[in-house]
Design a protein around this ligand. Structure first.
Ligand code: NDP
Length: 458
């Protein structure tokens, strides 16, 4: 690409930006993409993928303990953090390389430098100073960890740094009660780290079904995480024992690391949105219509920077819909309904559709089917871990409108359950489906009695 004119300039080579760039190029558009950090974005480089590798690593810790009940005498096992981090880095390098090669194969020109909007369809690369003129610009810069500004916050880490700690902390405090806080509390506890979690509310995972929330809250405690509720960090100072954290309930905690996981904010700083007339809402998110069109003609946005549903597969689908609509001759918008998600705690939780509370708010009465039980696996492992299976059914047409699970396979099960929920299948159709035995998931087609007064068979 010699001249600096393109059909599409994508800012941000994460999951959404890469998908949009590759597909647009495959439809014949001349595409360039700029990435300020590493090709692959948060999901691949310092999010979902490395997190899942750490989840696998952490699960072995409990696995060794459980295996004794099955006759495995795995004494004297020892965990080596640098080995894990090195192996993880190699895998992330490999995946980032694949992303880069796929972009190149599609004919997309990649620039690993920060880009800024100049207005009038122009984009400037901030290292080389090159200026592109683009018929269309797509912003897919994602999000960045929220900062609060308390004294000592500079001593903390976020999900950006946690994957690169040279040594594993002996004691960690994690702030927050959302996806990242719960997942990392579970990861570190499983790796044998003395783990505390401080959350401003009373039960973690706000936004999820209440049964999922209380269940995961309890399982974190079962895993050995000290969950401190109704509290936030006031200050942090370094001393010879590590970090001294003062909470607003006046408790002081001594730890080696503090990880902040208080949500993410749209990554719009320094993008030059004001030059291009791109409007944001009060959380800083770029305002777009269902096709990703921003307030500025020719400027579009997808993914976390628009703060709709901040999940990788959603950004990918938004990117694909953008490419189809703009270059593929197939105008369509991604349907944000019935998006399933999973929280990779131990055990993990997963949901699709409405929570019981949201369903009641929307429809008044709803029918609830649920079961909480100790899975067969723990008959011999001796572990006191429980699973949860819950269906929310709309009485007017008996359609299953919410599925909420806690089980080791919950993230795998919910993917298929999401097909049924999106297809609008009724409870009777779920029940007609024969069980697979012995599994935990078979409960989903075997629950016949509605829950009355929240009394649940167990
Ligand atoms: P979440 O939005 O999940 O959770 C943020 C947490 O921080 C909440 O518990 C919230 O409390 C708390 N919080 C927010 N502001 C403050 C504050 N000022 N003081 C104290 N506490 C505060 O964000 P995460 O950082 O965990 O994750 C970011 C996003 O990344 C997620 O929303 C999700 O979209 C995505 N993600 C998805 C994963 C997956 O799919 N498995 C894994 C990791 C991330 P409250 O509940 O009271 O508001």
């Amino acid at each position: 690409m010699s001249e600096l004119n393109v059909d599409l300039f994508v800012i941000g080579a994460g999951s959404g930006g890469v998908r949009a760039a590759r597909m647009s190029a495959s439809f014949g558009a001349k595409v360039a993409i700029a990435e300020a950090y590493r090709v692959g974005g948060t999901c691949v480089i310092r999010g979902c993928v490395p997190k899942k590798l750490l989840v696998y690593a952490s699960a072995y810790g409990t696995g060794f303990a459980e295996a004794k009940g099955y006759g495995w005498l795995a004494d004297n096992v020892r965990f080596d953090w640098p080995t894990l981090i090195h192996a993880k880095d190699m895998e992330i390098e490999r995946l980032s390389g694949i992303y880069q090669r796929n972009l190149a194969k599609a004919g997309v020109e990649v620039f690993t430098e920060r880009a800024e909007l100049l207005g009038g369809g122009q984009v400037k690369l901030m290292k080389s100073g090159r200026v592109f003129t683009a018929k269309k610009i797509l912003i897919a810069t994602g999000g960045t960890p929220r900062q609060l500004g308390f004294v000592g916050e500079e001593l903390t880490i976020t999900s950006n740094e946690v994957f690169h700690l040279p040594t594993m902390p002996k004691r960690i405090l994690i702030a927050g009660g959302g996806y990242i806080a719960c997942e990392f509390a579970s990861i570190f506890a499983g790796l044998g780290v003395q783990t505390m979690l401080v959350y401003r509310g009373d039960t973690v995972l706000r936004g999820f079904d209440d049964d999922i929330r209380t269940h995961i809250h309890q399982e974190l405690a079962n895993q050995g995480v000290r969950v401190i509720t109704h509290a936030s960090i006031d200050t942090i100072a370094r001393n010879k024992d590590g970090l001294a954290v003062v909470l607003d309930n006046e408790e002081t905690l001594a730890v080696d690391e503090v990880m902040m996981a208080l949500g993410r904010v749209p990554a719009v700083a320094g993008l030059g949105l004001e030059h291009a007339g791109v409007q944001t809402n009060k959380t800083g998110a770029i305002q777009v219509d269902e096709y990703g069109q921003s307030s500025a003609p020719g400027v579009f946005a997808i993914g976390d920077v628009t703060d709709r549903i901040n999940l990788t597969p959603v950004a990918i689908r938004e990117g694909a819909a953008f490419a189809d609509t703009q270059y593929g001759g197939r105008r369509h918008a991604f349907d944000h309904q019935h998006v399933a998600s999973a929280v990779f705690t131990q055990p993990p939780a997963a949901s699709v559709g409405l929570s019981e509370a949201d369903a009641r708010a929307k429809y008044g009465e709803v029918d609830i089917y649920k079961d909480a039980f100790r899975p067969m696996r723990h008959a011999l492992s001796g572990r006191n871990e429980r699973y949860l299976m819950k269906l929310v059914v709309r009485p007017s047409d008996e359609v299953v409108i919410g599925v909420h699970l806690v089980s080791d396979a919950a993230p795998e099960i919910i993917q298929v359950a999401a097909v049924a929920v999106k297809a609008g299948l009724t409870k009777a159709q779920w029940d007609e489906t024969c069980a697979v035995h012995p599994t935990a998931a078979e409960e989903l087609v075997l629950m016949r009695e509605k829950v009355v007064d929240n009394k649940i068979r167990s």
